[in-house]
Each structure stands twice: as C-alpha cells, then as structure tokens.
Ligand binder design. Structure first.
Ligand code: SF4
Length: 280
C-alpha cells in the first residue's frame, strides 16, 4: 500500500481494517510502501552528503514521482546529473518482498496512474506485477460487497517510520531526507525547495538551470498536494494529507534512519537487491 492510503476509504476506516480487507480478498500479506521510503531516505541522505562533499551545488531527489523524474532527467540535460539514481520506494519494497519470497506476486496499490508505466519499464519490470489505484481497489471492494469499516479484526501494520509515511504529501520526502541528513551530519546546512504540482516543478527546474535557486536539495511532486492529490485518489488532497499525518504519528519510529527492520533488510539483501535505477 502506498503511503497515501490513509483516509482514502472513509474517515472511520482504519489502516488496519484496510489490511484486514485485503487479506480477506486473498492477499497473502500487506506491506507499507513507506518501508521502502525509509530505505530510500537513508540511501539518498548518504548520497546527499557525498554530493555536497565533492562540491555539487544541488541534489534533486528522484525517489517517488515518475513524471517529475522524467521531466528532470529526460528533458533537462543540464541538470539530469543532479538527480539521484535511487529507484522509487515502490520498486524498492517490491524487490525486498521478492528477495524474501521468490514466488511472491506483488501488487502496488496507490493513487498514481504513472506508476502503471513505471512498473512496466524494461529495467524495473522485475519488481511489481500489477498496479491498482485506490479507485480500482474501491471497485473491487464493492464487487465483493466488502466494507472495510465494518471489519472487526484490525491487522497490525508496523512497517514504517513516521518520516516514511509522510512521503505521501508534498514536502514529506524532503523533510524525511533532511531529518536523516541531520542525524548523519548535524552541521550540514540543508536548504530545501519543493515543487507542488508540475507547474511549480518546471519553475524550480528553470531556476536551477538559470542559477537562480537558493537551495541545495530539491523535491518535486507532479500532483498538487503530492501523492494524496494523485489521479486515482478517493478524497480531497487536504483530507488525505491530514489522515496521512495522523497515521504517521502512530508510528513508534520517528526517523527513517531509525527503522531497524528496514536497515536489517537492506543489509541482508545488499548483494541481491538493486536500489539504483539505470541511467536514462
Ligand atoms: S505526485 Fe502524482 S504523479 Fe507523482 S508519484 Fe504521486 S501520484 Fe504519481
């Protein structure tokens, strides 16, 4: 489940009830994509430190929004090299699921249509077998006459940190990565800019190309509000963002870098799971 799933199926439907509903549909397990966000946060925080040490002016996060990455890497040769090479949290978490179980078939469920294309890219298609939007999942619940809010059993969901969960809204990615950078190197100044919607993303990329941007870390979200504003969402992006923040507060782990389960998985499968995306 993408981090934006909180609050999508109604204000009284808990994340744990959604997990229960998915298990009732026949899924073997449910994993928060925010776990992959924790892994990529730590990876990109370390990459930022290396880039600043070698004298780079900027790092542009690449980690979750395919249209923004395409815009920056595919059409802006002057700044393409500033974009991190990390795969998205969706790809990361799917690869770890398959590293744990060779027979797993992975379905990503989120608000994003662009993820359907990302999952089919030749260099990434090993990871995710199917992408559904929240709208499509709602239709499946309706077809099975399954009402998650009426399910008594709430299956626990404890995969991710607070900071991994807030990836779902604009500003969350940079906040998460900046917190991990501060833990690794408290003295380093992280000046963040984020683009909220494709128009702002374009303006920020223009400003970098023209040498006008006062920042050293840039995040871009193609949808207004971030993924909570994605085309396959079910609720207004402000309502979705508030629900995401509430669920994030319930995590026992604050920063991505402190998510021991994520750190153990990354170490365990460091030879097997590729977290760098191929060059465009
Ligand atoms: S911001 Fe929009 S386009 Fe980008 S990953 Fe999220 S839902 Fe997809």
């Amino acid at each position: 489940m993408a981090p934006a799933f909180s609050g999508q199926f109604g204000p009284d439907v808990s994340e744990e009830q959604i997990k229960s509903a998915l298990l009732m549909l026949g899924f073997y397990d449910v994993v928060e994509v925010a776990l992959g966000a924790d892994m990529i946060t730590v990876k990109e925080a370390n990459e930022f430190l290396k880039r600043m040490q070698r004298g780079d002016e900027f790092m542009i996060t690449s980690c979750c929004c395919p249209p923004f990455v395409r815009l920056a890497k595919g059409f802006r040769p002057k700044i393409a090299g500033m974009v991190s090479d990390s795969v998205s949290p969706m790809i990361a978490v799917a690869r770890f699921i398959k590293a744990e179980d060779d027979n797993a078939k992975v379905v990503f469920i989120g608000p994003c249509i662009a993820k359907k294309t990302e999952a089919k890219l030749p260099e990434l298609k090993d990871a995710v077998d199917c992408v559904l939007t929240f709208e499509e999942l709602e239709a499946i619940f309706e077809a099975y006459k399954l009402e998650p809010g009426k399910i008594d059993v709430e299956m626990p969901l404890n995969d991710a940190s607070h900071d991994g969960r807030i990836y779902a809204h604009t500003g969350g990615v940079s906040k998460a990565i900046a917190a991990s950078i501060k833990s690794l190197n408290p003295g380093l100044d992280v000046k963040i800019r984020h683009g909220n919607g494709i128009k702002e993303c374009r303006q920020i990329l223009d400003a970098i190309e023209d040498g006008r941007l006062e920042a050293n870390f840039v995040e871009g979200m193609a949808c207004i509000g971030g993924c909570v504003g994605g085309p396959g969402k079910l609720v207004n992006h402000e309502v979705g963002a508030a629900a995401v923040d509430e669920f994030a507060k319930k995590s026992k782990v604050k920063e991505a870098i402190s998510n021991e389960a994520a750190n153990i998985l990354v170490e365990k499968y460091k030879e097997k799971v590729e977290l760098d995306s191929p060059k465009m």
